[in-house]
Ligand binder design. Structure first.
Ligand SMILES: [Zn+2]
Length: 128
């Protein structure tokens, strides 16, 4: 069975191939929430290239290591709210849960997204 037939890590009731996998394969996410979910899934799957590619050039880290242990094991995402400020600016408030070693951690953030040339990018975020 293809790995793409697994449930999508982002928590929507869909297979990876029908959900965030479409964006990992190059499709444009249509909303900030879709991009945010696909980036969460990319963290869960260790897709560093995708995370770099969807990070706005002005805030993108020079390098991103999502594979060298110890990595958090991402175990759940809840989107609390998402909003568009205008055609090219949006925010997504989410709670992501992970385990680091044996410890459960919770990341709550309001992320900002901008759209350029038809594509949404992660800009930055505020921890809640
Ligand atoms: Zn998904």
């Amino acid at each position: 069975m293809s790995v793409l037939n697994v449930p999508c890590p982002c928590g929507l009731p869909a297979r990876l191939v029908d959900c965030c996998g479409r964006y990992h394969a190059g499709g444009a996410a249509l909303t900030p929430e879709a991009l945010m979910r696909s980036r969460y899934s990319a963290f869960a799957l260790g897709l560093g290239d995708y995370l770099q590619a969807t990070w706005h050039a002005s805030t993108r880290p020079a390098s991103l290591d999502v594979r060298t242990p110890p990595q958090p094991k991402w175990i759940g995402l809840k989107v609390v709210a998402s909003a568009l400020q205008d055609d090219s600016h949006g925010t997504v408030h989410f709670i992501a849960r992970c385990r680091i070693g044996g410890r459960a951690e919770r990341l709550e953030e309001t992320s900002r997204f901008v759209k350029e040339d038809g594509r949404w990018y992660y800009l930055d975020g505020d921890l809640v």
